[in-house]
Design a protein. Structure first.
Length: 80
């Protein structure tokens, strides 16, 4: 950590516990905001790529029932 961050941390630790809890929660939530945006962007890219492969005949699709049946067989589960 840089000296500025160490100084900031020391100063923030002098805040009342409720203020520190609020700050901690706010910082944690800010991590998820960026992550969610990144995941959304990456999933959209993946969806577009897969759609293109299907439309261009590079990939094919299976009915959902078939996919679920194959998964159950691989997992050796019984049908519900």
């Amino acid at each position: 950590m840089t000296i500025e961050l160490e100084e900031l941390k020391s100063e923030l630790l002098t805040l009342p516990i409720q203020s520190r809890a609020w700050l901690a929660q706010t910082l944690i939530e800010s991590l998820y905001e960026k992550t969610d945006a990144d995941f959304t962007r990456l999933w959209l890219e993946e969806i577009r790529r897969r759609d293109s492969e299907i439309r261009n005949g590079v990939a094919s699709c299976k009915p959902a029932a078939q996919v679920l049946q194959e998964a159950r067989e691989q997992l050796q589960c019984s049908q519900s």
